[in-house]
Design a protein around this ligand. Sequence first.
Ligand code: SF4
Length: 392
Amino acid sequence: MLQEPAPTPLALLLMGREEDLRSERGVSCPGDLPMASDPDLVERARVAKERLGDRVYILGHHYQRDEVIRFADATGDSFKLAQAAAGRPEAEYIVFCGVHFMAESADILTSADQRVILPDLAAGCSMADMAAIDQVEKAWARFEELGIADSMTPITYMNSTAAIKAFTGRHGGSVCTSSNAERALHWAFEQRERVFFLPDQHLGRNTAVRQMGLTLDDCVVYDPYKDNGGLTDEQLRDARMILWRGHCSVHGRFSVDNVREVRERIPGVRVIVHPECRHEVVQAADMVGSTEYIIRAIEAAPAGTAWAIGTELNLVRRLADAHPEQQIVYLDKTVCYCSTMNRIDLPHLVWSLEQLADGIVSNEIRVNPDDAHWARVALDQMLALPAAPTVD
Ligand code: SF4
């Protein structure tokens, strides 16, 4: 008689059980993670949320699955959600349906007695993970040796770890979002003559070239896996923007061919993309902006208009469902979800809520106090950015 093969440890890891001690974060879900096929998941989430009442506040990022977003008390981009958490001091637990760096920001901005929970600790961000703090410290040490660190303002995108935000705060820099990157760069160049932009090279380049009038030659890309970042000393000294070699695995997929193809297929279509897309894609698009900007543009568009949207698919699909009066298509023909964001599914949300309702706090995100202090300095600097200068 054939024996059933024993499940592999890897399969258990993918199910969110067990623990990978070699991984940065592990994927442990102590207790019993419900099966995705459990027909009572929706009811279990509802009951657990009701048991917790005002003690819990659930945040849902725009790129989350529908099954999770339906339970969110607030939806938005990462910074809006961190601010929403800070605006709910009565909530003992913040359940963050997003990725790791977002939960860190919520922990930094909320009070010490609020506890931030990430339902699956393996929900990281490939872009944030492209800038490890030891790599960034090593690059900075090189800039010091070259005598250019003192003339450089570090700016980090919100999509970075707390350690990178803290590095930015320690060196007199600021955090930015995709909505205020231009203001952050104006401010940074007023402080010093160079900018060190982390971790998304595309947001940095697109903002510098499209909105600030810098040239592509003013920007160089620092590759942490190459000696001297893969650059000569002269290139580092001459650059006005040193861009970290990081990118978003979702937005980096869109291509100029996608834009060309959709224009041929849908006459009159407006192409709107996120600034995390590659420079040539942004140049080929009609409109460029953050997720909030894209949502507002679609909401304000006249009925009967056609749109091809270059951002994460969950958001595009929800916009298409909410606006049947418009023709909305995904810019890439290939389906592309943010795979790490999608790790937060209904079984993990149910598991988190039921644990909390039973008084068990698992998967809490706590930033160490020193990093939290300096990351807060960089976040406060962002909030203090002056208004954008008027451009005629
Ligand atoms: S969409 Fe891109 S930047 Fe956003 S969480 Fe996913 S990998 Fe990170």
